[in-house]
Design a binder for this molecule. Structure first.
Ligand SMILES: NC(=O)c1ccc[n+]([C@@H]2O[C@H](COP(=O)([O-])OP(=O)(O)OC[C@H]3O[C@@H](n4cnc5c(N)ncnc54)[C@H](O)[C@@H]3O)[C@@H](O)[C@H]2O)c1
Length: 409
């Protein structure tokens, strides 16, 4: 146990040094303690950066209860340190047993949250659907990712959303950096760490050319790969084409890929008929939120044999004599087979979470029940603080420039 705690502490100490925007916010608010007596429930991939967000919220006065947002992205040493060294209320396990995941969600809802920091919407939706009596205590929710945003928007369309949701994901300082550069770098970190294979000269198929897909494709190109993009949106497909990538249907791309990465937030992107078209040794991974993009159920169904060949890499022998390798059981490869996004990227996203929570607290009762990104002033504030932490100054508009830009003459 002590080894686990020590290992978790080291990871948290490391991110603490590099999450400079969060540290600036902590310094700014430490005397006011804006979250004093506020119950905050957090469900975000539980590794060191999330742990540090929880620790800061706690230092700023919050009663924090924390769990992970995916059964396999939880890091046990981080959990041990949070519980036994930092004394936080943590319920999280790295477990393939889905029921354990849902039990942990139930446990952290016992604090009757005023604010929820969510990643994928499981926490908030569980409260709303399963514990309607807890809704009266809830002031609002901050949602981290695209998939969660879609789910809260769908709930709102059906008039089932009882509280405002701040869409952290749809804020500039989130998706421009986290989805693009964060997913871009950490997805390749996960693939390279777990396979130890070259990327240069290989064919990489990226399914989905949204913010995450752009990052994954950009970094694959930087590693020397030939990138193929699959899309359903003709505008995104044009964008991929103009960015220099080949665009085709998955049915075609399946024959060429050495590496496949799905980042659509959709279901059934790579299925039975695609697996059977693939080259021997193709490597399959998913960086979208849920494990439904590479259809693992189909793989399980058609495979004649399956075994783990490296940590986080499973070989599926197909009836045609070929093998394909699945990374991280088809769950977020950057979190299951690596440490998630780089620290400085999560510093931005989690600073938005903190500011979003502060906004909810300060405006509770006066906010419309709606789904919207953080107010622009918050985005701008995080951008400015980030530049300050890097010692970068930018120009400001003169009065004449402002007038010129705002005039029609
Ligand atoms: N791995 C991570 O750490 C991480 C980080 C941020 C977001 N995400 C997740 O990644 C997913 C994508 O996020 P995003 O921000 O890029 O979303 P996005 O909406 O910007 O992009 C998704 C793209 O996929 C395309 N698409 C949808 N269905 C498709 C299909 N059947 N075939 C091909 N393309 C299809 C859409 O047209 C769109 O262009 C979401 O599930 C999100 O929650 C993961």
């Amino acid at each position: 146990m002590t080894d686990l705690v020590e290992s978790g502490k080291k990871k948290i100490e490391w991110v603490k040094k590099h999450m400079k925007v969060l540290n600036s916010l902590k310094d700014l608010y430490k005397s006011d303690k804006p979250f004093k007596d506020v119950n905050v429930a957090i469900s975000i991939h539980l590794e060191a950066k999330t742990a540090y967000l929880g620790i800061i919220m706690h230092e700023l006065g919050a009663n924090v209860a924390i769990t992970g947002s995916n059964p396999l992205s939880t890091q046990e040493d981080v959990v041990a340190a949070l519980k036994n060294y930092y004394g936080l209320n943590v319920h999280a396990d790295r477990s393939l047993d889905e029921s354990v995941y849902w039990e942990n969600i139930d446990k952290i809802l016992e604090i009757n949250p005023n604010i929820i920091l969510d990643d994928g919407a499981d926490l908030g939706i569980t409260l709303i659907e399963k514990y309607p009596e807890k809704v009266k205590n809830l002031w609002g929710i901050c949602e981290e990712t695209t998939t969660g945003v879609k789910r809260y928007k769908a709930l709102h369309r059906q008039n089932k959303l009882p509280v405002p949701v701040i869409l952290i994901n749809d804020s500039y300082m989130k998706y421009l950096f986290d989805n693009r550069y964060g997913t871009g770098q950490s997805t390749w970190d996960g693939i390279i760490r777990s396979t130890n294979l070259t990327v240069t000269g290989k064919n990489v198929v990226v399914a989905g050319y949204g913010w995450c897909g752009k990052g994954v494709a950009m970094r694959a190109k930087g590693l020397g790969a030939n990138v193929i993009v699959t899309e359903v949106d003709p505008i995104k497909a044009n964008e991929a084409l103009m960015d220099g990538f080949r665009v085709m249907k998955m049915e075609e791309a399946a024959k060429y890929g050495d590496f496949f990465v799905t980042v659509t937030g959709d279901i059934d992107i790579i299925t039975k008929e695609h697996f059977l078209l693939m080259k021997d040794g193709a490597v399959l991974s998913n960086a979208g939120h849920f494990d439904v993009e590479v259809k693992v159920k189909d793989l399980e169904e058609i495979a004649v044999d399956k075994k783990e060949v490296r940590n986080g890499v499973e070989e599926y022998k197909l009836p045609n004599g070929k093998s394909v390798f699945l990374l991280g059981k088809g769950r977020l490869v950057n979190l299951v087979n690596a440490d998630g996004h780089p620290t400085e990227i999560m510093d931005l996203s989690f600073s938005l979470q903190l500011e979003g929570a502060k906004y909810i607290k300060e405006n509770r009762g006066n906010m419309k029940v709606n789904v919207s990104p953080v107010p622009y002033v918050i985005d701008k504030k995080i951008a400015e603080i980030n530049l300050i932490t890097k010692g970068i100054e930018i120009d400001t508009l003169s009065k004449e420039q402002e007038e010129y830009l705002n005039s029609w003459e």
